[in-house]
Design a protein around this ligand. Structure first.
Ligand SMILES: Nc1ncnc2c1ncn2[C@@H]1O[C@H](COP(=O)(O)OP(=O)(O)OP(=O)(O)O)[C@@H](O)[C@H]1O
Ligand SMILES: [Mg+2]
Length: 506
């Protein structure tokens, strides 16, 4: 029998995403044009807000030529930090290259969103991307780039340097790509509107291929608190992470090692933990045997006395900003928001913020209306696979005097250093019991507030009707009873009505 022979091959990360672009949100021209806008806008927001800059983002989508309607030029300009000139090619044309592989909240996490947009543009139009960036004076750099997909490396086709006389800092990305804007338009506009809800401190301008201008204006000049980088929490650690830390550590004892490299581990906790794990305090971390590293990691998972992670590395919106965003974009009659206390799953801190909006311009839908956000990114696809959708469907809304079909919308925002994404396309959040519990409690809280508002409103309405009936018949009753009593003068009912009105207002 002939031997079965197989050929083996290695592919680069760029090649992998070239072959599997649907998992990054680029399955077809409709989805691709949506994802391209989204990825570039998110990079712009990440380059402004965490640096303390109020974002000004300008997005222009135009047709590449009059003949072919399916090819576009997408240009996104921001007033962000800019990228140091030497990093521009790597940041945009190398997969898995990022400034965000850190333990603090940011929209970007994977190091592929912007690069994927450029790869998609390249494989559909064969045109390079143009990136103009400056971190401030003296210079502005303009790059023309392509990706060497097989080697996952940038190809610099051209580089120009200009004087930066206007003290500009920021980035402009101009990419050519195939797309289907007419079909993608509703989702794109929805995405921008929802981005404006959770970023009311941003100015976002969008000019579409027909020249229509959409402006989402800043109504809050305050930024959310900035996240601080943190250390890993022992509950979220695995063997690989411990090995990486051992390689770089300068600590000579496990007692120092635990305090130096892990989040919220002080001396007493470290001592108690090492006793629990059965390691001497003065053991040298660099001399641990492989099985000892595994034992150490297991013990970290099982030790219950570590303090929970704190939320310094997170950047929630805060109730004021969330409320302002909802009022600005949804224009409801009533809004309630709540921020839950920080919590953690598997050592990853998270905060859930929930809002409910009722009446005003909130549409009446047949089903419940849910707006989902994660790290200030709106999620507008794949709603039914998301944990928040499952939760709002499981709630008995009648308990709060509500039901589907009434004009109300629920907003759920989760922020975390590690959002439990179901895919790298960042559209669905997985079900983690700790996270779902916070979402449920948050929704209950705002639903109760809305329920109370509605019942008060109902009562006021009832009183008003009662009063108007009163006002209508009282003069007649007064006249009639005056006659009956044989009196000529009809009593003054004005005072009585005034008093009844006052009771109603109170
Ligand atoms: N507009 C911008 N301003 C400044 N830096 C940027 C900008 N766009 C991209 N970058 C830099 O390029 C890097 C790569 O961007 P990319 O979108 O590919 O990945 P990411 O944002 O880190 O992660 P994700 O895949 O989750 O989006 C970023 O980490 C950032 O450092
Ligand atoms: Mg990104």
């Amino acid at each position: 029998m002939k031997a079965i022979s197989q050929t083996f091959q290695e592919i680069s990360p760029a090649d992998f995403f070239y072959r599997n672009r649907e998992i990054a949100g680029f399955a077809n021209p409709v989805r691709a044009i949506f994802s391209a806008i989204r990825e570039l806008v998110e990079n712009s927001l990440d380059a402004t807000e965490p640096m303390g800059i109020l974002p000004d983002i300008y997005i222009r989508l135009s047709n590449m030529s009059d003949e072919d309607e399916n090819f576009y030029v997408l240009r996104v300009k921001d007033n962000g930090s800019g990228i140091p000139a030497d990093y521009v090619p790597l940041a945009f044309c190398q997969f898995l290259f990022s400034s965000k592989y850190k333990l603090k909240q940011s929209r970007g996490t994977f190091g592929l969103g912007g690069t994927m947009t450029i790869l998609y543009g390249q494989i559909t139009t064969n045109k390079p991307v143009k990136v103009i960036s400056s971190t401030g004076p003296p210079k502005i750099y303009e790059y023309t780039l392509m990706i060497d997909i097989q080697r996952n490396r940038p190809i610099v086709l051209d580089r120009r340097i200009y004087d930066n006389n206007d003290k500009w800092h920021g980035t402009i990305v101009e990419v050519n790509l195939e797309g289907d804007y007419p079909k993608a338009m509703p989702k794109i506009l929805e995405y921008l509107k929802q981005t404006a809800i959770v970023n009311p401190y941003a100015n976002i301008t969008f000019v579409d291929p027909r020249g229509r201008l959409y402006k989402f204006e800043r109504t809050v000049a305050k930024l959310p608190r900035q996240p601080r980088e943190t250390l890993p929490h022992p509950h979220g650690i695995d063997v690989e992470t411990v090995y990486r830390i051992i390689r770089i550590t300068r600590c000579k004892t496990l007692l120092d090692f635990m305090q130096e490299h892990f989040h919220r581990v002080g001396k007493r906790t470290a001592q108690r933990f090492l006793e629990f794990a059965g390691f001497p305090e003065d053991a040298d971390p660099k001399k641990l045997k492989p099985e000892e590293v595994v034992r150490l990691v297991q013990a970290m998972k099982n030790f219950n006395e570590f303090l929970p992670p704190d939320a310094d590395c997170l950047s929630p919106l805060g109730e004021d900003i969330l409320k302002a965003g909802i009022l600005k974009e949804l224009e409801p009659e009533f809004v309630a928001v709540t921020q839950r206390s920080p919590s953690a799953y598997s050592g990853h801190p998270f905060i859930v913020e929930v809002g409910i909006a009722y009446g005003g311009k909130i549409p009446v839908g047949e089903d419940l209306i849910l707006y989902r956000f994660a790290n200030k990114i709106p999620l507008v696809y794949d709603e039914s696979g998301d944990v928040s959708w499952r939760i709002i469907k499981s709630i008995n809304w009648r308990n709060y005097g509500l039901m589907p079909g009434m004009p109300f919308a629920v907003l759920v925002h989760i922020c975390s250093t590690k959002i439990p994404w179901k895919t790298v396309g960042k559209e669905m959040i997985a079900d983690r019991p700790e996270v779902s519990r916070e979402i449920l409690n948050g929704i209950r809280d705002v639903a109760r507030q809305l329920g109370a508002y509605l019942s008060k409103k109902e009562k006021a309405k009832y009183e008003k009707t009662r009063l108007s009936i009163f006002a209508k018949y009282l003069p007649k009753i007064a006249e009639f009873s005056a006659k009956l009593a044989g009196k000529e003068k009809i009593p003054d009912i004005g005072e009585l009505l005034r008093r009844a009105r006052k009771i109603e207002e109170d």
